[in-house]
Design a protein around this ligand. Structure first.
Ligand code: SF4
Ligand code: SF4
Length: 295
């Protein structure tokens, strides 16, 4: 089985639009599973027209937080300045520390300095994951980080494990991962085990700069990649520059197309509509297929 990951340095440049369309196209010829690795803003299922109620969700724990065992605490204040995340405050009334769960990273430093063993590091439910089947026949694994929680990289790891297990069960030939944008832990977790990466950008200075940063990670892990310029015609001068930067890595360009906006609004993959952008995505898919399955 091959793993294809679609990422972008900057968010909102068309990554999920492309991932959903490629999944629909590849599903016509291969058994596949899709995995939404963008746990902060998971939209792949939405882009494929899957209702949230179609998912069977389970809560997951990939984060830890400090918890006070009040009866053991003698109010010595030794823990008060031990937290580099400023997550510990003093409750004067109770004469005991309090932990801000949104700031606590579960590092355990406070627990180490407590002479009374009054601080426990407990696992917390920080997200959920589930799967559902799209009307195109393939399963989609998705996950969400809870509001204000940390540990998104570990959630992506769990999602990918789930997706791989499902893919094995369904004898899938392809796993498509829609990565988070940026260059942080969830992106690195998304890249793990990828055979090919599509990096999506728009011809804007911010998007181009962030593309270069994201590609540094891809190159670090030595994963073959290609570049797609979305809405290339909104800034032809910069598109030309990105083309030059991409060289033979350029997989294709997608035109700005009002029908793409209509498709997104109607929760329909772009390739399910008759438009110029859809035809361009079909060509991109063929090039990706060549790269993925080349001997
Ligand atoms: S576990 Fe670490 S981050 Fe959390 S309160 Fe203790 S020292 Fe701060
Ligand atoms: S170091 Fe331990 S005993 Fe002292 S105030 Fe903190 S939690 Fe309580």
């Amino acid at each position: 089985m091959k793993t294809l990951t679609i990422l972008s340095g900057k968010g909102g440049v068309g990554k999920t639009m492309l991932a959903s369309s490629l999944a629909v196209l590849f599903a016509k010829e291969l058994r596949l599973v899709a995995c939404d690795c963008d746990v902060d803003a998971s939209n792949l299922a939405l882009a494929l027209g899957i209702k949230e109620s179609s998912f069977v969700w389970e809560e997951i724990e990939t984060s830890e937080k400090a918890k006070l065992i009040e009866e053991k605490c003698n109010g010595c204040k030794k823990c008060l300045n031990s937290c580099v995340f400023s997550a510990i405050h003093w409750n004067e009334e109770k004469n005991k520390p309090e932990f801000n769960r949104f700031l606590c990273e579960g590092c355990g430093a406070c627990s180490l300095v407590c002479p009374k063993h009054a601080i426990e590091i407990e696992r917390v439910k920080n997200g959920r994951m589930g799967s559902a089947r799209s009307k195109y026949g393939f399963a989609v694994v998705s996950g969400q980080l809870k509001m204000g929680e940390s540990g998104s990289g570990k959630i992506v790891d769990m999602l990918k494990e789930r997706a791989l297990t499902l893919a094995e069960k369904e004898r899938a030939e392809l796993l498509i991962c829609d990565s988070a944008a940026g260059i942080s832990c969830p992106v690195i977790a998304s890249l793990r085990g990828s055979d090919f990466v599509i990096a999506v950008t728009e011809p804007s200075p911010a998007s181009f700069r962030d593309l270069k940063r994201a590609l540094q990670i891809v190159q670090y892990f030595n994963i073959p990649y290609g570049i797609v310029i979305n809405k290339w015609d909104i800034n032809k001068r910069l598109s030309k520059e990105i083309e030059g930067f991409a060289g033979e890595k350029l997989l294709g360009q997608i035109s700005y197309d009002r029908k793409v906006v209509d498709a997104i609004v109607n929760l329909t993959p772009v390739v399910e509509t008759e438009c110029k952008a859809a035809k361009e995505i079909v060509k991109i898919k063929e090039r990706v297929k060549t790269q993925l399955y080349k001997p």
